[in-house]
Design a binder for this molecule. Structure first.
Ligand SMILES: NC(=O)C1=CN([C@@H]2O[C@H](COP(=O)(O)OP(=O)(O)OC[C@H]3O[C@@H](n4cnc5c(N)ncnc54)[C@H](OP(=O)(O)O)[C@@H]3O)[C@@H](O)[C@H]2O)C=CC1
Ligand SMILES: O=CCS(=O)(=O)O
Length: 260
């Protein structure tokens, strides 16, 4: 039996993609899951689906906008006591918006990425961490990206937010020395979810084109990595996992040949 049984796991962005797959995977392992996101109806569907599948209700639905300091600050008022000792926090809520070069990018997009991927992630962490430290037990699993390590055209602010996730994860490890609280940064490459639909502001054709013929990663692939990191024995801290589809690799460095 998995040692995850009866652990409480909070997953942000549980209404779609990686977060949805993680919420399902943890519930199937016998965890209690706090499923958080803005789209409450989707979370309610997830709760019902898992109830049917597992024969018991293991999901608490938490409507939450991670960019709202007020909502994050008051979230424990809404969480029932049996879910309040969070053992694992999966900081997954996030998004990319736009793929234009920096000089043409929309500042509103940049602000939203910073608010969600950086501020949302640190607000959640700051809120949940004290309980973990007090209990001398816990695991923060952040969803970073290969975009936080490798530059690509149009990656500008999005990649920079994920570089924050990488370094914040490392610095958390430094701060948490001696507390038994673990930190992992999962860094996926191309994965087919609603990510590109969001990035292209609802343009389905553009989104589909990103994945066409690529055999991309799936949300379940990411959930499996998250679960694997969480299932390691207490003395093992997986610092990071970088994964890409086999069809993706690094581009060559670009050179602009300006001379004759
Ligand atoms: N797909 C990919 O190729 C990759 C994605 N990632 C990262 O993985 C994470 C998940 O993305 P993915 O599953 O692909 O994309 P999806 O668009 O499928 O899912 C994103 C999730 O984030 C939630 N979310 C967005 N903004 C907020 C907010 N303000 N408050 C609460 N929840 C929010 C959405 O829920 P709702 O709208 O209901 O609030 C949704 O559940 C992101 O951090 C993304 O950057 C990393 C590497 C690769
Ligand atoms: O984070 C997502 C992966 S990519 O689209 O930036 O390569």
């Amino acid at each position: 039996m998995s040692h995850l049984k009866d652990k409480t796991v909070m997953v942000t962005g549980a209404s779609s993609g990686f977060g949805l797959a993680c919420a399902k995977a943890f519930a199937q392992k016998g965890c209690k899951v706090i499923a958080a996101a803005r789209r409450k109806e989707r979370l309610q569907d997830l709760k019902e689906e898992l109830k049917q599948e597992l024969g018991e209700d293991r999901v608490f639905v938490l409507p939450l906008d991670v960019t709202s300091e007020e909502q994050v600050d008051s979230m424990f008022n809404a969480i029932p006591e049996e879910f309040s000792d969070i053992d694992i926090l999966v900081n997954n809520a996030g998004l990319a918006l736009g793929l234009e070069p920096a000089h043409q990018a929309d500042l509103t997009d940049w602000n939203r990425m910073v608010d969600t991927n950086i501020k949302g992630l640190y607000l959640m962490t700051r809120k949940v961490l004290p309980g973990m430290v007090e209990r001398k037990s816990g695991h923060v699993i952040n969803i970073g990206s290969i975009a936080g390590t490798y530059a690509y055209p149009g990656g500008n602010a999005y990649g920079a937010t994920k570089a924050f996730v990488k370094q914040f994860s490392r610095n958390l490890r430094a701060d948490l020395l001696g507390t038994q609280v673990r930190v992992t940064n999962i860094e996926p490459g191309l994965a087919e979810t609603e990510f590109s639909l969001v990035r292209f502001h609802g343009n389905q054709e553009k989104a589909d084109n990103i994945y066409k013929g690529t055999n991309p990663l799936t949300a379940d692939d990411i959930a499996e990595s998250v679960l694997w990191a969480a299932e390691q024995p207490q003395h093992v801290n997986i610092n990071s996992i970088e994964l890409m589809p086999t069809s993706q690799t690094w581009a060559a460095l670009a050179i602009d040949k300006v001379l004759g």
